[in-house]
Design a protein around this ligand. Structure first.
Ligand code: GDP
Ligand code: IMO
Ligand code: MG
Length: 428
């Protein structure tokens, strides 16, 4: 099973980092294919916590080679902050290979991200402020700066100047800000280019070669299905394609080389930032989920909005991404609830009761969830390592979720640690 894609099935923070790291010692390559340092992937190894934003989560596994694909937007300052940060903690990792075609996030992208959000006011997206949307806009507008441009001083200077031309008009005339100077940005990017130079590759060639040789390649998704610019809750989405198809366009590997698509699914639901969330809880149960699940953003520290499990959300993701397996995370967080409501449909004005993800933005906004109650359990499950060790009620909850999602649940997370995982079906 050499090509495996990991995709968040909800609105992010499902535990993709843990799932990737857990598979990491059995994979040869771990590759990020979309997003940038808007991601925050947490890996807990031997009681030590690592939060990775841009580096693939497989990097903590010696022997796993890491690649940053063309679909990623790279803030080189963040890349080196992460690499140097790990080194300062005594963790020596290999520099990832970086696609020559990946786009660069510059300081002007961050500025535009922030001023745009401020300008939008109530209509803001609640972005991470990392410059993600503006960097992808430049890519699509064909005025982006790519990794390969950092290796050529003249080309880089010309591209940055061209890109800043209309941005400065916008900053000065619309946003009432000072114009941004190209010189210092070019200088800083060239310095990063020198550090990057030995690691810049045709990532498609590297990864296809690895697959040809029978090596295992893990494509680590960032964000999630419902944050996908095409398939998510637009406009409250990120600006890339975290869905499984993005693994192909974001790395240069064809779809016939993907053997498994693993949906990472939290045993309840969370979301950071603005946008619709039908099963959101604003009551004490929501606060309890946040406290027990430590639901605070790994990137921005914002409290995550919390709610009950929503299989309509997950089934939609399972269909579009063709999940072969689900890895269910944070089951332990539900311990102690006497009853656990699970959404079984929505009441939508004008439509009545629906059992599938609605067609339009307005219908999702107006949806009221309908619940069934599943009995809870009180036993501590964080030490369980086999499915049979789980209490009866807990197993019943997992099996009900499996039936509602229509995809087999192959792994279950019962704690943040690498080893706190129950395997029901091996992925490799
Ligand atoms: P990602 O963005 O999908 O990688 O997820 P985050 O790292 O942003 O958020 C998931 C959080 O849940 C992290 O703090 C993880 O350490 C933690 N986590 C992952 N799996 C489990 C689990 O099964 N149980 C518990 N209690 N925590 C988990
Ligand atoms: P991981 O990989 C959760 C959300 C932001 C905002 C929207 C757009 O850790 O699951 P952006 O900065 O991308 O333009 O913000 O997307 N968002 C995430 N939410 N987890 C993430 O990543 C996210 N990355 C972006 O909160 O609502
Ligand atoms: Mg996260």
């Amino acid at each position: 099973m050499p090509g495996i894609v990991i995709v968040g099935a909800q609105w992010g923070d499902e535990g993709k980092g843990k799932a990737t790291d857990w598979l990491g010692d059995r994979v040869d390559f771990c590759v990020r294919y979309s997003g940038g340092n808007n991601a925050g992937h947490t890996v807990v190894v031997g009681g030590e916590t690592f939060t990775l934003h841009l580096l693939p989560s497989g990097i903590l596994n010696p022997g796993c080679r890491c690649v940053i694909g063309n679909g990623v937007v790279i803030d080189p300052g963040v890349l080196y902050e992460e690499l140097d940060g790990l080194a300062a903690r005594g963790v020596h990792v290999e520099h990832p290979l970086v696609s020559a075609a990946a786009h660069i996030i510059t300081p002007y992208h961050q500025t535009i991200d922030k001023v745009t959000e401020r300008f939008l006011g109530k209509r803001r997206i609640g972005t991470t402020g990392r410059g993600i949307g503006p960097a992808y806009s430049d890519k699509v507008n064909r005025v982006g700066v790519r990794v390969q441009d950092l290796l050529d001083a003249d080309l880089l200077a010309a591209k940055v100047a061209a890109s800043l031309e209309n941005k400065n008009q916008l900053l000065v005339k619309v946003f009432n800000r000072r114009p941004i100077e190209a010189g210092p940005i070019v200088e800083a990017l060239l310095a990063y280019g020198e550090r990057l130079r030995p690691h810049v590759v045709d990532a498609a060639r590297v990864l296809n070669g690895a697959l040809d040789a029978g090596e295992v390649v893990l494509f680590e998704g960032a964000q999630a299905h419902h944050l996908d610019v095409d398939h998510g809750t637009y406009p409250y989405v990120t600006s890339s394609n975290p869905t499984a198809g993005g693994a192909c366009t974001g790395t240069g590997v064809g779809p016939t080389r993907i053997d498994r698509v693993v949906g990472i699914v939290k045993a309840y639901t969370t979301r950071v930032g603005e946008g619709p969330f039908p099963t959101e809880l604003t009551d004490a149960d929501g606060a309890t989920l946040r406290a027990r699940g430590n639901e605070y953003g790994a990137t921005t520290g914002r409290p995550r909005r919390c709610g009950w499990f929503d299989p309509l959300v997950v089934r939609q993701a399972a269909m579009v991404n063709a999940f072969t397996d689900i890895f269910l995370t944070k089951l332990d967080v539900l311990t102690g609830f006497e009853r656990i409501p699970v959404c079984v449909g929505y009441d939508v004005p004008g439509l009545g009761r629906v059992g599938e993800w609605p067609l339009t933005e307005a219908q999702v906004e107006a949806a009221t969830p309908v619940y069934e109650d599943i009995p809870g359990w009180t036993e501590d499950i964080s030490g369980a390592r086999t499915f049979d060790e789980l209490p009866d009620a807990c197993r019943a909850y997992v099996l009900r979720l499996e039936a509602l999602c229509g995809t087999r649940i192959s792994g279950v997370g019962v704690g943040p640690g690498r080893e706190q995982t129950i395997i029901r079906h091996d992925l490799l």
